[in-house]
Design a protein around this ligand. Structure first.
Ligand SMILES: [Zn+2]
Ligand SMILES: [Zn+2]
Length: 338
């Protein structure tokens, strides 16, 4: 089979890779329906994370069950399934506490930009839809496997409440999905920090009420201006840089919450400053598995359409162009079709 392999920064190739197969009785193999490039794939692509040896890429997927291991009893070949980028048994203590992305048997997905994908912990990771959904829903369901689930977690971690004010830092796919989540959770005012017009437009379509184009301390000053000098109830940090985190922590009101879901790169939090800010801070990889049934339902009933974050669709064999387009910010997120 063929799949995407990163050889070095800026060098992603679509080439022959090892066939996806059942390695453990808890595995399944799916045939990819659609997959995509993630903003976090750009970290190694841009050299911000080292690539010591060539390896496959991709962690977002929806597909058709092709084969199941002996211990996978809940699924059968042909079913359409959605999973999380972090696999989980869904039975251990951390899973039962709702933090499946800290499952004791967790394995992160990393081979999804391919024609077939091995899914570890398949029984606890996958959720099947009722029949094969209309193809128009596939992008939305694909978004649920990571960016929509991650945006949801940002809103939950920042404790968005009905009637509250939420600030979203970051206008990538996760930030845009975080707007959807804040809106669904009842935020009355949703302020998005964004400098890119097409993304601002989509943010507004998803429910943003205000756009702040300033960054850093100027951006924080703008947020304060918009919140009577106090700061926002909830801030959803969806980038992962030191600047974004600083912006987030300084934009929250005393007693407010910051949810941080961008994978931190050189982010340091000053304990003393955090202490005196009275801000609650929570983050980490999103427990997407917990949200799957609910988010799948919201997509299939047309209540939310996170699939709109895909503004570029390419054949899977042109995956390298997907990386390029996202790196050059010509695309928000690239959808790949085998
Ligand atoms: Zn992702
Ligand atoms: Zn578990």
């Amino acid at each position: 089979m063929r799949g995407a392999v990163i050889h070095a920064p800026g060098d992603v190739r679509f080439e022959t890779v090892d066939d996806a197969k059942i390695l453990k009785p808890t595995d399944a193999v799916i045939r990819t329906a659609v997959t995509c490039v993630c903003g976090s794939d750009l970290w190694p692509y841009r050299g911000a994370e080292p690539t010591e040896q060539a390896h496959p890429m991709g962690h977002e997927y929806v597909g058709f069950v092709e084969e199941v291991g002996a211990e996978v009893t809940a699924f059968e070949p042909g079913q359409f399934v959605v999973g999380s980028f972090a696999t989980s048994d869904n039975t251990c203590a951390n899973c039962r506490n709702g933090f499946q992305s800290s499952c004791l048997n967790r394995e992160f997905m990393s081979t999804c930009q391919a024609e077939y994908v091995r899914i570890p912990n398949a029984q606890g990771t996958l959720v099947a839809t009722d029949g094969t959904p209309d193809e128009k829903f596939w992008p939305g369901l694909l978004a649920v496997s990571d960016v929509m689930g991650t945006g949801w977690w940002a809103a939950e971690a920042a404790e968005v409440r009905p009637g509250s004010t939420a600030v979203v830092v970051g206008d990538g796919a996760v930030g845009l999905c975080a707007v959807i989540a804040a809106k669904e959770m009842g935020a009355e005012r949703i302020i998005v920090m964004s400098r890119h017009e097409p993304r601002q437009k989509l943010a507004r379509e998803f429910g943003a009420t205000d756009i702040v184009t300033e960054r850093g301390e100027e951006g924080v000053a703008r947020i304060k201006e918009l919140t009577n000098g106090i700061g926002a109830d909830s801030v959803l940090e969806c980038v992962g840089t030191a600047q974004a985190m600083r912006q987030a922590l300084h934009s929250a009101r005393p007693g407010g919450g910051v949810g941080f879901v961008g994978v931190p790169h050189e982010v340091a939090v000053d304990g003393r400053e955090l202490f005196f800010s009275h801000v609650g801070l929570r983050g980490g990889p999103a427990p997407v598995r917990r949200y799957l049934p609910d988010l799948i339902d919201r997509v299939l009933t047309g209540r939310i359409d996170p699939g709109k974050v895909f503004d570029l669709t390419l054949p899977l064999d042109q995956v390298a162009e997907g990386y390029r387009a996202m790196d050059e910010r010509r695309a928000i997120k690239a959808l790949l079709k085998p």
